[in-house]
Design a protein around this ligand. Sequence first.
Ligand SMILES: *Cc1c(COP(=O)(O)O)cnc(C)c1O
Length: 389
Amino acid sequence: MSGSFVESIVKAITTVTDGPCVLHEPVFRGRELKYVTECIETGWVSSVGSYVDRIEQDLSAYTGAKHVVATVNGTSALHVALVVAGVKPADEVIVPALSFVATANAVTYCGATPHFVDVETETMGMDADQLLSHLEGTLESVSGQWRNRTTGSRVAAIVPMHTFGHPCDIEGIVEIGQKYQIPVVEDAAESLGSFRNGQHTGTFAQMGVLSFNGNKIVTSGGGGAILTNDSVLAKRLKHLTTTAKVSHRWEYVHDQAGFNYRMPNLNAALACAQLEQLEGFIRVKRETAERYSRAFAAIDGVSLVHEPNNCMSNYWLNAIRLDDTTESFRNEILAATNDSGVMTRPCWTPINRLPMYQSCYTCNLDNTDTLFEQLINIPSGVGISQASE
Ligand SMILES: *Cc1c(COP(=O)(O)O)cnc(C)c1O
Protein backbone atom coordinates (compact mmCIF):
# COMPACT_ATOMS: atom_id res chain seq x y z
CA MET A 1 0.00 0.00 0.00
CA SER A 2 1.22 3.47 -0.69
CA GLY A 3 2.51 5.42 2.27
CA SER A 4 0.92 8.57 0.91
CA PHE A 5 -2.59 7.10 1.26
CA VAL A 6 -1.96 6.45 4.95
CA GLU A 7 -0.48 9.92 5.36
CA SER A 8 -3.46 11.55 3.72
CA ILE A 9 -5.79 9.75 6.13
CA VAL A 10 -3.82 10.91 9.16
CA LYS A 11 -3.88 14.41 7.73
CA ALA A 12 -7.62 14.36 7.06
CA ILE A 13 -8.32 13.38 10.66
CA THR A 14 -5.94 15.89 12.20
CA THR A 15 -7.32 18.80 10.17
CA VAL A 16 -10.56 18.15 12.07
CA THR A 17 -9.10 17.23 15.49
CA ASP A 18 -6.34 19.85 15.33
CA GLY A 19 -3.68 17.34 16.42
CA PRO A 20 -3.48 14.26 18.66
CA CYS A 21 -6.83 13.17 20.00
CA VAL A 22 -8.54 10.34 21.91
CA LEU A 23 -11.48 8.42 20.42
CA HIS A 24 -14.13 9.75 22.80
CA GLU A 25 -14.19 11.41 26.19
CA PRO A 26 -16.99 12.92 28.24
CA VAL A 27 -17.50 16.68 28.52
CA PHE A 28 -18.95 18.20 31.72
CA ARG A 29 -19.92 21.80 31.11
CA GLY A 30 -23.38 22.01 32.64
CA ARG A 31 -24.89 21.51 36.05
CA GLU A 32 -23.09 18.19 36.77
CA LEU A 33 -21.26 19.38 39.88
CA LYS A 34 -24.32 21.21 41.23
CA TYR A 35 -26.60 18.18 40.95
CA VAL A 36 -24.07 15.66 42.26
CA THR A 37 -23.16 17.94 45.18
CA GLU A 38 -26.83 18.22 46.03
CA CYS A 39 -27.06 14.42 46.30
CA ILE A 40 -24.13 14.31 48.71
CA GLU A 41 -25.35 17.23 50.80
CA THR A 42 -28.84 15.77 51.16
CA GLY A 43 -27.62 12.19 51.63
CA TRP A 44 -29.72 10.89 48.68
CA VAL A 45 -26.96 9.05 46.85
CA SER A 46 -28.37 5.56 46.35
CA SER A 47 -31.24 3.82 44.60
CA VAL A 48 -33.98 6.14 45.81
CA GLY A 49 -33.97 9.85 45.08
CA SER A 50 -35.51 12.62 43.06
CA TYR A 51 -32.95 12.48 40.22
CA VAL A 52 -33.82 8.85 39.46
CA ASP A 53 -37.46 9.85 38.96
CA ARG A 54 -36.42 12.96 37.07
CA ILE A 55 -34.11 11.19 34.58
CA GLU A 56 -36.97 8.81 33.79
CA GLN A 57 -39.36 11.70 33.19
CA ASP A 58 -36.80 13.67 31.16
CA LEU A 59 -35.98 10.65 28.96
CA SER A 60 -39.68 9.97 28.48
CA ALA A 61 -40.25 13.58 27.38
CA TYR A 62 -37.23 13.52 25.05
CA THR A 63 -37.70 10.13 23.39
CA GLY A 64 -41.51 10.03 23.42
CA ALA A 65 -41.50 6.65 25.21
CA LYS A 66 -44.45 6.47 27.62
CA HIS A 67 -42.43 4.67 30.31
CA VAL A 68 -38.76 4.69 31.21
CA VAL A 69 -36.99 2.54 33.83
CA ALA A 70 -33.47 3.68 34.78
CA THR A 71 -30.88 0.97 35.46
CA VAL A 72 -27.25 0.61 36.63
CA ASN A 73 -25.99 0.16 33.07
CA GLY A 74 -27.04 -0.68 29.54
CA THR A 75 -26.12 -4.35 29.84
CA SER A 76 -28.41 -4.86 32.85
CA ALA A 77 -31.14 -2.98 30.99
CA LEU A 78 -30.79 -5.41 28.07
CA HIS A 79 -30.74 -8.40 30.42
CA VAL A 80 -33.92 -7.47 32.25
CA ALA A 81 -35.69 -6.44 29.02
CA LEU A 82 -34.99 -9.91 27.61
CA VAL A 83 -36.26 -11.57 30.81
CA VAL A 84 -39.47 -9.52 30.62
CA ALA A 85 -39.76 -10.33 26.89
CA GLY A 86 -39.99 -13.97 27.97
CA VAL A 87 -36.52 -15.26 27.08
CA LYS A 88 -35.93 -18.51 28.99
CA PRO A 89 -32.99 -20.90 29.44
CA ALA A 90 -32.28 -22.95 26.27
CA ASP A 91 -33.97 -20.37 24.01
CA GLU A 92 -32.23 -18.66 21.11
CA VAL A 93 -32.19 -14.89 20.59
CA ILE A 94 -31.42 -13.35 17.20
CA VAL A 95 -28.55 -10.86 17.47
CA PRO A 96 -26.42 -9.08 14.84
CA ALA A 97 -22.88 -10.48 14.72
CA LEU A 98 -21.62 -6.90 14.35
CA SER A 99 -22.25 -5.37 17.77
CA PHE A 100 -20.63 -4.72 21.10
CA VAL A 101 -20.34 -7.99 23.05
CA ALA A 102 -22.93 -6.86 25.64
CA THR A 103 -25.75 -7.51 23.16
CA ALA A 104 -24.87 -11.22 23.19
CA ASN A 105 -23.86 -11.35 26.85
CA ALA A 106 -27.34 -10.22 27.94
CA VAL A 107 -28.72 -13.24 26.07
CA THR A 108 -26.26 -15.52 27.88
CA TYR A 109 -27.33 -14.11 31.27
CA CYS A 110 -30.84 -15.43 30.51
CA GLY A 111 -29.42 -18.92 30.00
CA ALA A 112 -30.21 -18.53 26.31
CA THR A 113 -27.91 -18.61 23.27
CA PRO A 114 -27.34 -15.91 20.66
CA HIS A 115 -28.23 -16.80 17.06
CA PHE A 116 -26.13 -14.55 14.83
CA VAL A 117 -27.42 -12.83 11.72
CA ASP A 118 -25.77 -10.48 9.23
CA VAL A 119 -26.07 -6.72 8.88
CA GLU A 120 -26.65 -4.55 5.81
CA THR A 121 -23.73 -2.46 4.59
CA GLU A 122 -25.53 0.91 4.52
CA THR A 123 -26.91 1.06 8.07
CA MET A 124 -24.45 -1.49 9.52
CA GLY A 125 -27.50 -2.84 11.39
CA MET A 126 -29.65 -5.94 11.05
CA ASP A 127 -30.97 -6.41 7.49
CA ALA A 128 -34.78 -6.77 7.50
CA ASP A 129 -35.05 -8.44 4.06
CA GLN A 130 -32.32 -10.92 4.88
CA LEU A 131 -33.84 -11.57 8.32
CA LEU A 132 -37.20 -12.39 6.76
CA SER A 133 -35.80 -14.86 4.24
CA HIS A 134 -33.56 -16.32 6.94
CA LEU A 135 -36.51 -16.91 9.28
CA GLU A 136 -38.58 -18.36 6.42
CA GLY A 137 -35.85 -20.89 5.75
CA THR A 138 -34.81 -21.59 9.34
CA LEU A 139 -37.88 -21.61 11.57
CA GLU A 140 -40.57 -24.22 11.91
CA SER A 141 -43.71 -23.96 13.99
CA VAL A 142 -43.86 -26.66 16.67
CA SER A 143 -46.99 -26.59 18.87
CA GLY A 144 -47.39 -22.85 18.51
CA GLN A 145 -43.70 -22.00 18.99
CA TRP A 146 -41.16 -20.92 16.41
CA ARG A 147 -38.18 -23.25 16.60
CA ASN A 148 -34.87 -23.26 14.79
CA ARG A 149 -35.27 -26.43 12.68
CA THR A 150 -31.52 -27.18 12.96
CA THR A 151 -30.96 -26.70 16.69
CA GLY A 152 -34.52 -27.38 17.87
CA SER A 153 -34.39 -24.32 20.15
CA ARG A 154 -37.24 -21.85 20.47
CA VAL A 155 -36.44 -18.45 18.96
CA ALA A 156 -37.58 -16.13 21.76
CA ALA A 157 -36.56 -12.59 20.74
CA ILE A 158 -34.87 -10.41 18.13
CA VAL A 159 -32.37 -7.73 19.20
CA PRO A 160 -31.44 -5.23 16.45
CA MET A 161 -28.81 -2.60 17.27
CA HIS A 162 -28.29 0.95 15.94
CA THR A 163 -24.58 0.91 15.12
CA PHE A 164 -22.53 3.98 16.13
CA GLY A 165 -25.85 5.86 16.50
CA HIS A 166 -27.04 5.25 12.91
CA PRO A 167 -30.60 3.85 12.92
CA CYS A 168 -31.13 0.43 11.32
CA ASP A 169 -34.28 -0.51 9.40
CA ILE A 170 -36.18 -0.89 12.64
CA GLU A 171 -39.66 -0.57 11.08
CA GLY A 172 -38.93 -3.54 8.83
CA ILE A 173 -37.64 -5.62 11.74
CA VAL A 174 -40.57 -4.76 14.02
CA GLU A 175 -42.93 -5.83 11.20
CA ILE A 176 -41.18 -9.21 11.00
CA GLY A 177 -41.42 -9.57 14.78
CA GLN A 178 -45.15 -8.94 14.55
CA LYS A 179 -45.55 -11.41 11.71
CA TYR A 180 -43.89 -14.17 13.76
CA GLN A 181 -45.12 -12.95 17.16
CA ILE A 182 -41.51 -12.83 18.34
CA PRO A 183 -40.72 -9.92 20.71
CA VAL A 184 -38.22 -7.31 19.48
CA VAL A 185 -35.91 -5.51 21.94
CA GLU A 186 -33.98 -2.58 20.43
CA ASP A 187 -30.40 -2.15 21.55
CA ALA A 188 -30.34 1.65 21.30
CA ALA A 189 -27.35 1.94 23.66
CA GLU A 190 -25.48 4.09 21.12
CA SER A 191 -28.36 6.04 19.63
CA LEU A 192 -29.77 8.46 22.21
CA GLY A 193 -30.69 11.45 20.02
CA SER A 194 -31.06 9.43 16.79
CA PHE A 195 -34.36 9.36 14.93
CA ARG A 196 -35.81 7.38 12.05
CA ASN A 197 -38.68 9.00 10.16
CA GLY A 198 -38.96 11.44 13.04
CA GLN A 199 -39.33 8.76 15.72
CA HIS A 200 -36.70 8.20 18.39
CA THR A 201 -34.72 4.95 18.23
CA GLY A 202 -35.57 2.57 21.05
CA THR A 203 -39.31 3.39 20.84
CA PHE A 204 -40.26 1.26 17.82
CA ALA A 205 -40.21 -2.18 19.44
CA GLN A 206 -41.84 -3.56 22.62
CA MET A 207 -38.79 -2.33 24.54
CA GLY A 208 -35.64 -0.38 23.79
CA VAL A 209 -32.46 0.03 25.79
CA LEU A 210 -30.13 3.01 26.31
CA SER A 211 -26.65 3.22 27.86
CA PHE A 212 -25.00 6.12 29.71
CA ASN A 213 -21.57 4.54 29.97
CA GLY A 214 -18.60 6.91 30.02
CA ASN A 215 -18.02 6.62 26.27
CA LYS A 216 -21.63 7.23 25.16
CA ILE A 217 -23.09 10.55 23.95
CA VAL A 218 -24.48 11.30 27.43
CA THR A 219 -22.90 9.72 30.51
CA SER A 220 -23.95 9.08 34.08
CA GLY A 221 -20.63 7.38 34.88
CA GLY A 222 -22.47 4.11 34.49
CA GLY A 223 -26.13 3.80 33.73
CA GLY A 224 -28.83 2.66 31.38
CA ALA A 225 -32.55 2.80 30.77
CA ILE A 226 -35.34 0.74 29.27
CA LEU A 227 -37.97 2.48 27.12
CA THR A 228 -41.44 1.05 26.54
CA ASN A 229 -44.94 2.24 25.69
CA ASP A 230 -46.51 -0.74 27.46
CA SER A 231 -47.55 -0.01 31.05
CA VAL A 232 -47.70 -3.70 32.01
CA LEU A 233 -44.13 -4.29 30.80
CA ALA A 234 -43.02 -1.08 32.55
CA LYS A 235 -44.37 -2.31 35.89
CA ARG A 236 -42.60 -5.65 35.53
CA LEU A 237 -39.35 -3.93 34.53
CA LYS A 238 -39.48 -1.63 37.55
CA HIS A 239 -40.32 -4.53 39.87
CA LEU A 240 -37.57 -6.82 38.56
CA THR A 241 -34.89 -4.09 38.64
CA THR A 242 -35.69 -3.24 42.29
CA THR A 243 -35.18 -6.74 43.81
CA ALA A 244 -38.86 -7.61 43.20
CA LYS A 245 -39.77 -6.06 46.56
CA VAL A 246 -43.45 -5.93 47.37
CA SER A 247 -44.37 -2.49 48.64
CA HIS A 248 -45.00 -2.46 52.39
CA ARG A 249 -44.43 0.00 55.25
CA TRP A 250 -41.83 -2.23 56.96
CA GLU A 251 -41.79 -5.81 55.76
CA TYR A 252 -39.14 -7.24 53.44
CA VAL A 253 -41.13 -9.38 51.10
CA HIS A 254 -39.83 -10.17 47.62
CA ASP A 255 -42.01 -12.24 45.32
CA GLN A 256 -39.32 -13.49 42.91
CA ALA A 257 -35.54 -13.52 42.51
CA GLY A 258 -35.25 -9.95 41.26
CA PHE A 259 -32.20 -7.91 40.35
CA ASN A 260 -30.46 -5.02 42.10
CA TYR A 261 -30.35 -3.05 38.83
CA ARG A 262 -31.77 0.33 39.91
CA MET A 263 -29.75 3.39 38.85
CA PRO A 264 -28.36 5.20 41.92
CA ASN A 265 -29.42 8.81 42.49
CA LEU A 266 -25.79 9.97 42.23
CA ASN A 267 -25.55 8.64 38.69
CA ALA A 268 -29.02 9.92 37.84
CA ALA A 269 -27.96 13.43 38.93
CA LEU A 270 -25.07 13.27 36.45
CA ALA A 271 -27.39 11.93 33.75
CA CYS A 272 -29.90 14.77 34.27
CA ALA A 273 -27.18 17.41 33.93
CA GLN A 274 -25.80 15.72 30.81
CA LEU A 275 -29.21 15.29 29.19
CA GLU A 276 -29.75 19.06 29.48
CA GLN A 277 -26.80 19.43 27.07
CA LEU A 278 -27.78 16.69 24.61
CA GLU A 279 -29.08 19.02 21.88
CA GLY A 280 -25.77 20.91 21.96
CA PHE A 281 -23.75 17.68 21.94
CA ILE A 282 -25.65 16.45 18.88
CA ARG A 283 -25.11 19.74 17.07
CA VAL A 284 -21.34 19.53 17.69
CA LYS A 285 -21.19 15.89 16.65
CA ARG A 286 -23.05 16.54 13.41
CA GLU A 287 -20.72 19.44 12.65
CA THR A 288 -17.70 17.23 13.30
CA ALA A 289 -19.12 14.61 10.93
CA GLU A 290 -19.59 17.25 8.25
CA ARG A 291 -16.00 18.41 8.59
CA TYR A 292 -14.73 14.83 8.41
CA SER A 293 -16.93 14.22 5.39
CA ARG A 294 -15.37 17.17 3.55
CA ALA A 295 -11.85 16.12 4.56
CA PHE A 296 -12.36 12.56 3.29
CA ALA A 297 -14.21 13.55 0.11
CA ALA A 298 -10.84 14.56 -1.35
CA ILE A 299 -9.29 11.10 -0.84
CA ASP A 300 -9.98 8.18 -3.17
CA GLY A 301 -10.52 4.80 -1.55
CA VAL A 302 -12.14 5.94 1.69
CA SER A 303 -15.34 7.65 2.79
CA LEU A 304 -17.04 8.73 5.97
CA VAL A 305 -20.01 6.64 7.12
CA HIS A 306 -23.17 8.74 6.71
CA GLU A 307 -26.56 8.60 8.38
CA PRO A 308 -29.01 6.35 6.47
CA ASN A 309 -31.85 7.83 4.40
CA ASN A 310 -34.78 9.26 6.37
CA CYS A 311 -32.70 9.24 9.52
CA MET A 312 -31.32 11.89 11.83
CA SER A 313 -28.29 10.34 13.47
CA ASN A 314 -26.55 11.52 16.64
CA TYR A 315 -23.21 10.66 14.93
CA TRP A 316 -22.08 9.29 18.29
CA LEU A 317 -18.98 7.63 16.85
CA ASN A 318 -17.68 8.50 13.41
CA ALA A 319 -16.30 5.78 11.20
CA ILE A 320 -14.49 5.71 7.90
CA ARG A 321 -15.02 2.89 5.43
CA LEU A 322 -12.13 1.74 3.25
CA ASP A 323 -12.83 0.50 -0.29
CA ASP A 324 -10.10 -2.07 0.22
CA THR A 325 -11.15 -5.13 2.19
CA THR A 326 -7.92 -6.59 3.51
CA GLU A 327 -7.31 -6.65 7.22
CA SER A 328 -3.60 -5.85 6.83
CA PHE A 329 -4.45 -2.66 4.90
CA ARG A 330 -6.80 -1.56 7.69
CA ASN A 331 -4.16 -2.43 10.29
CA GLU A 332 -1.54 -0.24 8.61
CA ILE A 333 -3.88 2.72 8.97
CA LEU A 334 -4.62 1.84 12.59
CA ALA A 335 -0.88 1.68 13.29
CA ALA A 336 -0.06 4.96 11.53
CA THR A 337 -2.86 6.93 13.19
CA ASN A 338 -2.23 5.59 16.69
CA ASP A 339 1.55 6.09 16.25
CA SER A 340 0.91 9.77 15.55
CA GLY A 341 -1.30 10.22 18.62
CA VAL A 342 -4.63 10.03 16.79
CA MET A 343 -6.63 7.34 18.55
CA THR A 344 -8.46 5.09 16.12
CA ARG A 345 -9.97 1.66 16.62
CA PRO A 346 -11.26 -1.13 14.39
CA CYS A 347 -14.89 -2.14 14.64
CA TRP A 348 -15.72 -4.84 17.21
CA THR A 349 -14.47 -8.32 16.36
CA PRO A 350 -17.64 -10.05 15.08
CA ILE A 351 -19.18 -11.63 18.20
CA ASN A 352 -19.45 -15.09 16.61
CA ARG A 353 -15.63 -15.22 16.43
CA LEU A 354 -15.18 -14.76 20.20
CA PRO A 355 -14.28 -17.99 22.02
CA MET A 356 -17.49 -18.26 24.07
CA TYR A 357 -19.73 -17.72 21.04
CA GLN A 358 -17.99 -19.76 18.34
CA SER A 359 -20.36 -22.70 18.61
CA CYS A 360 -23.54 -20.61 18.33
CA TYR A 361 -25.89 -20.89 15.37
CA THR A 362 -24.65 -18.45 12.74
CA CYS A 363 -25.92 -17.61 9.27
CA ASN A 364 -24.02 -16.16 6.34
CA LEU A 365 -22.12 -13.11 7.62
CA ASP A 366 -20.56 -11.74 4.42
CA ASN A 367 -21.43 -8.11 5.15
CA THR A 368 -20.29 -8.35 8.77
CA ASP A 369 -16.95 -9.82 7.69
CA THR A 370 -16.44 -7.17 5.00
CA LEU A 371 -17.40 -4.28 7.28
CA PHE A 372 -15.03 -5.56 9.95
CA GLU A 373 -12.19 -5.23 7.46
CA GLN A 374 -13.31 -1.82 6.18
CA LEU A 375 -14.38 0.17 9.23
CA ILE A 376 -12.17 2.35 11.38
CA ASN A 377 -13.60 4.50 14.17
CA ILE A 378 -12.07 7.95 14.43
CA PRO A 379 -12.06 10.59 17.21
CA SER A 380 -15.60 11.82 17.86
CA GLY A 381 -15.83 13.39 21.31
CA VAL A 382 -17.77 16.62 21.81
CA GLY A 383 -14.52 18.34 22.84
CA ILE A 384 -13.09 18.14 19.29
CA SER A 385 -14.92 20.93 17.49
CA GLN A 386 -14.26 23.44 20.25
CA ALA A 387 -10.56 22.54 20.16
CA SER A 388 -10.13 23.97 16.69
CA GLU A 389 -12.54 26.89 16.87
C1 LIG B 1 -22.44 0.39 25.38
C2 LIG B 1 -23.25 -0.67 24.78
C3 LIG B 1 -23.98 -1.60 25.55
C4 LIG B 1 -23.83 -1.74 27.03
O1 LIG B 1 -23.98 -0.65 27.80
P1 LIG B 1 -23.22 -0.54 29.19
O2 LIG B 1 -23.89 0.66 29.81
O3 LIG B 1 -21.77 -0.33 28.91
O4 LIG B 1 -23.48 -1.78 29.97
C5 LIG B 1 -24.79 -2.50 24.91
N1 LIG B 1 -24.88 -2.54 23.57
C6 LIG B 1 -24.19 -1.69 22.79
C7 LIG B 1 -24.35 -1.78 21.33
C8 LIG B 1 -23.34 -0.75 23.37
O5 LIG B 1 -22.63 0.07 22.57
